[in-house]
Design a protein around this ligand. Structure first.
Ligand SMILES: CC(C)(COP(=O)(O)OP(=O)(O)OC[C@H]1O[C@@H](n2cnc3c(N)ncnc32)[C@H](O)[C@@H]1OP(=O)(O)O)[C@@H](O)C(=O)NCCC(=O)NCCS
Length: 488
């Protein structure tokens, strides 16, 4: 907001005649002046002043929040046209090059880069919270052998709340989060626990026992250690792979009010505990329209199969038969700054683990798409998911772990928004309005008098239930024929 105000002061200097109000004339000819704030928005509540009182009040209608600002935030800034992403004012390019994930997490949550002693304490606090309660480990072992890692992750984060009743406002007092020491404790615990829970999900999925966290390793290093150590006494993940994943974590840590981050703010507005908030946000991220796009890129590249098939694929996209996954973005209408960085990381990863053959197709596809008028005209550029899936694949992660690798760093962004929300004097429980278009004034009809218009209840049957149904029918027929035979 400070940044926006500064820019606006600049704009206003250049345009002294510009009005800072919006004039609305209602159907009766009354006019209203609504203040334009920061050269950008009017307060939706100001619409209540507009005189439709005898016919109801005036509201704005915005499914999908396409043009609605729901909070003031200082965490991250995106300029979609210019391809800018900043965390707390620092360009993502500088953070990816010079910082590390834990430092970025501190920056996002507390607003400034840590001093050496702050960083040391922060790291110790988080790393000592990588140990999860033994009952959580036990609980995780009871998931089905083929459970999706995100399903396990979402439910385990939610279950973690049951281990910390002292940190639950429903049990320990509505205002407990006003105490920053209580908040900090949950931040340390969640950032620490999340790598262990994620590693457990992976180990469960591949049928291996859980690894204990290594007390001496750094955040990302320890995560890779927990994923991959078998029976080695001294196992260390390759530092270049650690660095690559650390950069990917930085790039995925925060992206202002996307679906999952908006979910965090929505959920915590009810006062629910922070574990339930983070679990709900992870559930939103699990959706294919949000955290699942890099998986889709990989499926698409597999489907294309070889470079020679690219022209036909591009034609199918232009004919709207297919979608070019990993291209286009709701906010970025120029090159996603994260995609540029990720391309460099890809080369470093391939240097160690070998080139993923699909990358040849990805590079060629990008080249062709960027020079094709269809994509140029629509400002469709590669987004962060275009290369991240290929890197994860080259690093040997199974596709269903991709959203988990997105969730771990995004937890830092979610916690930053939770912290900001709790401190925000404007915070309120979220309660949007609806445009009701249903029926009214109907009289209750007794069940015996109702006309059936639709079965409503059609649902598909599972194969098991079809198999059982034919058997149940067979048994009934057999019983009936036996009865008939006895009577005869
Ligand atoms: C991300 C996305 C949903 C953004 O959508 P949006 O901002 O609503 O953009 P629109 O859907 O309005 O697209 C504008 C135009 O570009 C086209 N377009 C957008 N993304 C496209 C893509 N990936 N492939 C082909 N055409 C695309 C649309 O068909 C539309 O064309 P039209 O104007 O002729 O109808 C969209 O670009 C997309 O589906 N991308 C692929 C999925 C993906 O990579 N998601 C990850 C996002 S990080």
């Amino acid at each position: 907001m400070e940044r926006i105000s500064e820019i606006n002061q600049q704009v206003n200097k250049n345009d002294v005649n510009k009005k800072d109000t919006l004039t609305i004339t209602d159907r009766k000819g009354n006019t209203f002046e609504l203040k334009i704030h920061n050269n950008e928005f009017i307060q939706a509540n100001d619409l209540l002043k507009v005189g439709l009182k005898d016919e109801g009040v005036l509201r704005s209608y915005d499914p999908g929040y396409m043009n609605t600002i729901c909070c003031t935030s200082k965490i991250s800034y995106i300029d979609g046209d210019k391809g800018i992403l900043e965390y707390r004012g620092y360009p993502i390019e500088q953070l990816a090059e010079k910082s590390n994930f834990l430092e970025v997490a501190f920056l996002l949550i507390y607003g400034e880069l840590p001093t050496p002693s702050q960083f040391q304490l922060w790291k110790n606090k988080i790393q000592t919270h990588t140990f999860v309660h033994q009952d959580i480990n036990q609980m995780m072992k009871s998931f089905r052998y083929d459970a999706h890692p995100m399903g396990m992750l979402v439910s385990t984060i939610a279950a973690t709340s049951t281990f910390h009743p002292e940190a639950n406002p429903a049990l320990s007092g509505q205002n407990i989060y006003e105490d920053s020491t209580v908040r900090n404790k949950q931040i340390h615990r969640i950032l620490g626990n999340i790598t262990t829970i994620a590693a457990n999900c992976y180990r469960h999925r591949i049928g291996r026992s859980h690894n204990k966290p290594h007390p001496k390793l750094d955040y990302v290093e320890n995560f890779l250690f927990m994923l991959d150590r078998l029976n080695e006494n001294k196992y260390l993940p390759h530092p270049k792979l650690v660095k690559a994943l650390d950069i990917l974590f930085i790039l995925h840590a925060e992206h202002e009010l996307n679906c999952s981050t908006a979910a965090v703010r929505h959920l915590c507005s009810s006062g629910v505990d922070v574990y339930s908030c983070i679990s709900g946000a992870a559930a939103a991220l699990y959706g294919p329209k949000h955290g699942g796009a890099n998986e889709a890129v990989l499926r698409m590249l597999n489907q294309i199969g070889k470079k020679e098939n690219i022209p036909q694929f591009i034609q199918d996209v232009k004919d709207r038969k297919k979608l070019l996954f990993g291209f286009g973005h709701r906010v970025y209408k120029s090159y996603d700054p994260r995609a540029k960085i990720i391309k460099r990381v890809a080369d470093e990863v391939f240097e160690i683990v070998g080139k993923e053959p699909l990358v040849e197709i990805a590079i060629e596809l990008e080249k062709i798409a960027l020079s094709d008028e269809y994509f140029v005209k629509r400002k469709l550029y590669p987004n962060v998911d275009f290369y991240s899936g290929v890197i994860y694949k080259a690093m040997g992660f199974p596709t269903d772990m991709f959203p988990v690798l997105f969730t771990i760093p995004r937890v830092a962004g979610w916690l930053a928004h939770w912290n900001e929300f709790v401190n925000d004097p404007e915070n309120k429980i979220v309660r949007p309005r609806q445009n009701y278009q249903g029926l009214a004034n109907k009289d209750y009809v007794d069940i015996s008098q109702r006309q059936e218009k639709s079965s409503y209840l059609d649902a598909y049957k599972s194969a098991t239930s079809r198999r059982r149904q034919v058997s149940v029918e067979y048994t009934a027929q057999r019983k009936e024929s036996k009865q008939n035979a006895t009577q005869a």
